[in-house]
Design a protein around this ligand. Structure first.
Ligand code: CA2
Length: 150
């Protein structure tokens, strides 16, 4: 059965590659998404991506994934540190998820050290730059099983 991965990028990640290259690198979000799509296609995995600056849009996307998606890879951006709602949505749909951060959040400001998602994530990747997305997809493709009804 084909696997399905949903990649979600939260607020301001549309700016990737255009500002703050010392922290986030110089690769743009469309380049990240294209590489992720290619990686999934090579593995016969169905791939979808959402980037949104709006918490409610991310919540709706997570809800719509229920029954259709085997794994979520999410960089929640700053919502990582604020959003009980995204935590509740991920738990509500019962889809395994990998939390990705481009930067090493633990080497940054104290307010970035806490995540509302990490204790429920299958894995947390941070500080590997955009390679974190590739690693997360590789992990999901190897270890996350397709749902019977997906
Ligand atoms: O390191 C990460 O991936 C973060 O999730 C990025 C968030 C930040 O709030 C988290 O603490 C860690 C910020 C995303 C902002 O992305 C930008 C990219 C380029 C230029 C400006 C912002």
């Amino acid at each position: 059965m084909a696997k399905s991965i949903l990649l979600i990028n939260g607020p301001n990640l549309n700016l990737l590659g255009t500002r703050e290259p010392a922290t986030y690198g110089s690769t743009t979000l469309p380049q990240v998404v294209e590489a992720a799509q290619k990686q999934c296609t090579e593995k016969s995995i169905t791939f979808a991506h959402l980037q949104s600056n709006h918490e409610g849009v991310i919540l709706d996307c997570i809800h719509e994934a229920r029954g259709n998606v085997d794994a979520i890879i999410i960089n929640p951006g700053a919502f990582t540190h604020t959003s009980v709602a995204i935590r509740d949505a991920l738990l509500g749909v019962d889809i395994p998820f990998v939390e990705v951060h481009i930067s090493n959040v633990h080497a940054r400001e104290t307010f970035r050290h806490h995540s509302y998602l990490s204790d429920k994530a299958v894995a947390v990747i941070c500080g590997l730059g955009i390679y974190g997305y590739e690693a997360a997809i590789e992990y999901a493709s190897r270890h996350i099983k397709p749902k019977e009804n997906a």
